[in-house]
Write a protein that binds this ligand. Structure first.
Ligand code: ATP
Ligand code: MG
Length: 285
């Protein structure tokens, strides 16, 4: 047992509240439950059962120190975070606050310098490289600001690439249906340079979805697009969360996107900011 629920930790966001005294408290079955803010307390009140088990992803005192030889950067400084299954989480914060580093930890693209990361209660900090790669490719789909499409492959070939690498059987009719739904049926044989920015990002999104991941991670996925095109991508992502019940974690600088999320996480100096749910206020400070 990890025992996080015995500590003074906000069950919703995972923030360690030991240093605070002015907390929102809900007494439940004779036991005090503490919250960093009304946002998290309000979510708990609506659905306490959801937040009393084990989070889908839990970061506990995660530090990441980059050492470039000349300088040491402490990108994450004891980050505690809970992500609950089925949530749409948006991560916001100033440039350099550790958002991408945190997402890379969640998606097993990087290892913490210290601290633990739990996936469904299992300590994946202890996993071997092979186990991490296996979990990463079966559970996560990634969408980045840069589309990272391979220029000499067609849209279709780009999308099936992760399946080819994983040796997974390719369900052509399902993939075709995905292309059709994304409005890309006529673009399947185009190479990236023959696609608009929005089409390239939709292709990258289809590639992220090729292995039917349960969790989708986006690092400013609409950052390179004009607002109308970006909104279309966002709508696809939100539908994956709302209709297909996929857990969605998106880094964004866009307050409108953050406003659509179930949970807003604001980072500052590699840690959670309290009252993160009041995102617009904090973000404009
Ligand atoms: N590979 C690396 N080597 C050295 N320093 C790094 C590395 N990656 C990130 N950093 C540093 O860690 C800090 C956090 O970086 P991170 O990319 O997580 O920020 P961010 O919140 O995503 O910022 P942005 O909004 O600009 O994308 C920054 O100071 C950055 O310079
Ligand atoms: Mg970033």
């Amino acid at each position: 047992m990890s025992g996080w629920s015995d500590q003074k930790i906000d069950p919703v966001c995972g923030m360690d509240l030991a240093e605070f005294s002015d907390l929102i408290t809900i007494i439940r079955k004779g036991k005090s439950v503490y919250f960093c803010s009304g946002g998290c307390g309000g979510r708990f009140k609506k659905n306490p059962e959801k937040f009393l088990g084990e989070p889908l992803i839990r970061l506990s005192a995660v530090w990441k120190v980059f050492n470039t030889g000349k300088a040491e950067t402490m990108a994450l400084q004891g980050l505690d975070l809970h992500v609950w299954e089925g949530d749409f989480v948006s991560i916001i914060g100033a440039s350099g606050s550790g958002k991408s580093t945190a997402l890379n930890m969640i998606g097993l693209l990087d290892r913490p310098t210290s601290g633990k990361i739990f996936f469904k209660g299992k300590d994946i900090s202890l996993f071997s490289d092979e186990e991490r790669a296996e979990l990463r490719s079966s559970v996560f789909g990634f969408v980045f600001q840069q589309y990272n499409l391979i220029p000499w492959l067609t849209a279709y070939e780009n999308v099936i690439l992760p399946l080819v690498f994983a040796g997974t059987k390719i369900d052509e009719s399902r993939l075709e249906a995905n292309f059709r739904e994304a409005g890309l049926k006529e673009r399947m044989t185009h190479r990236p340079f023959e696609l608009s920015g929005g089409e390239q990002q939709r292709t990258a999104l289809l590639r992220a979805l090729a292995n039917d991941p349960k969790i989708i991670l986006g690092d400013e996925p609409t950052g390179n697009l004009d607002s109308a095109t970006g909104n279309k991508i966002l709508e696809m992502l939100v539908n994956l969360n709302k209709i297909q019940k996929k857990t969605l974690i998106i880094i964004t600088h866009d307050a409108d996107i953050a406003g659509k999320a179930d949970q807003v996480i604001t980072l500052k100096d590699g840690r959670l900011v309290r009252n993160h749910q009041v995102h617009q206020k904090i973000y404009t400070e």
